[in-house]
Design a protein around this ligand. Sequence first.
Ligand code: GDP
Length: 444
Amino acid sequence: EMFGQLTSGLETAWNKLKGEEVLTKENILEPMKDIRRALLEADVSLPVVRRFVQSVSDQAVGTGLIRGVKPDQQLVKIVRDELVQLMGGEVSELVFAKSKPTVILLAGLQGVGKTTVSAKLALYLKKQGKSCMLIAGDVYRPAAIDQLVILGEQVGVPVYAAGNAIKPAEIAKQGLQEAKKKNVDVVIMDTAGRLQIDKTLMDELKDVKRVLNPTEVLLVVDAMTGQEAAALVTTFNVEIGITGAILTKLDGDSRGGAALSVKEVSGKPIKLVGRGERMEDLEPFYPDRMAGRVLGMGDVLSFVEKAQEVMQQEDAEDLQKKIMSAKFDFNDFLKQTRAVSRMGSMSRVIGMIPGMGKVTPAQIREAEKNTKLMESMIEVMTPEEREKPELLAESQVRRKRVAQDSGKTEQQVSQLVAQLFQMRVRMKNLMGVMEGGSLPSLSN
Ligand code: GDP
């Protein structure tokens, strides 16, 4: 699971504050050590960790008592805000040129996912209504050009390829001419990577950059490489001048060091993230949502966005409103689980569903079975019960009837009801309503 270790490391910190009345210089000492350890283990670079911990400590002691907010929640909030700042605060949008075409130059070491990203980015922009063209400039890795041609076909974007016998700068020149002839909105150039940085690579990139005069120069880095990724972004920026980074393989069990360090270390933002091998798996980098993930609260906003792709627009907006006001009921629950099934791979979104953040890949099939189980129970509820889950929480008779009609046990029904309320609380917490919430206990 993404950032799993970091998340549990931070939980240790909050847990030490349970039962405290207020944050003090003394009682935050141990939690701050936990936070420091968790960040270092996540491969965040040491100077970044030092600054982070210092800033959080200062704020924690400075905030004093806030009515209705427990100290552990207060610390979660401070850490959350600081994480958002660390990752750049706002989402950093792609910049488009005033006159066509916008040129995006992609750079990166071999194997980081550069060629894949080229095609993903073309599809991403195509979905926004922009016409694109790809230039195959990876003359170094065998088969990279063929790979891009195939991916281009797959996403329905033309690819300019001129073989690997001519210099990348010449390919860039020809490709750009072709793009102008085609009058495309955006042209994306894939370039050659190396196993590590060397002078040839940098010189090639400089030449290509001179020819293309790109609007965006994006360095593709692998999230699995942790703080090394941040160092690479710095080096490429100093050497050739870049506008941002694309972080790939965030779907793997990366520890978080790259996502957390890149902006702070290099001064350049992460603009996009790759979260899987499919062409659709590229999305903007949202610091606030990433912070939510780090804190293990799931990612409601990303989830709603994904759901939007498969649900009616109105439905999704309605769902978002309900999440905000914690009115999320069994109808929404059902819609959500069905949307998830329709999204195809449950595994891809499972980390985003509040309350399911801790599911390991091994349990994913189990979770898919659970979806069916939940559905069968919700289907036999009365419309009233679906809208007011409280009715089921309050009445054992009702839970018994649902159990009988769906052929499940009463315990399974109780679990489902409890899960819904748990989701409400988590959603509320995630939405920044830090006043906490308690689970209604099931009465008999
Ligand atoms: P390049 O040498 O930088 O052009 O790398 P490729 O584009 O050929 O990608 C190398 C490998 O990483 C391929 O097997 C890709 O499918 C895989 N890959 C790229 N991006 C992602 C990602 O976001 N998630 C996962 N899981 N795999 C990725």
